[in-house]
Write a protein that binds this ligand. Sequence first.
Ligand code: FES
Length: 118
Amino acid sequence: MTVLCHTDQLEAGQAKGFDIGTTKLVLINYRNEFYLYRNSCPHRSIPLEWMPDQFLDFEKQYIQCATHGALFRIEDGVCVSGPCVEDHLDPVAFEIVEGQIIVNLPTSDAQIPAEQLT
Ligand code: FES
């Protein structure tokens, strides 16, 4: 069980990346609902962002892959534009307990570095 962050740490319209061992995740607050995906574009299986925590398009309506510009719906991760249309990001199950966003990942995953919690 890994605590990613507190819901208060991610405002609506923001996204944040997490590296947990070898697992990369992206958490998005979209209209005060939270969505969590593996940070891996289905086109080339590489991370989505071009700079830390820059995952969304200019209008913050889609997750955007920096490499070839694929756009993914935030609500279900489905690609609606770009080279991998109708493919999708891999959702990651999580729960919110007393405001903490918690994921269960394989035990081989390391603890999250403390600096990512701020
Ligand atoms: S690697 Fe993401 S669109 Fe090509």
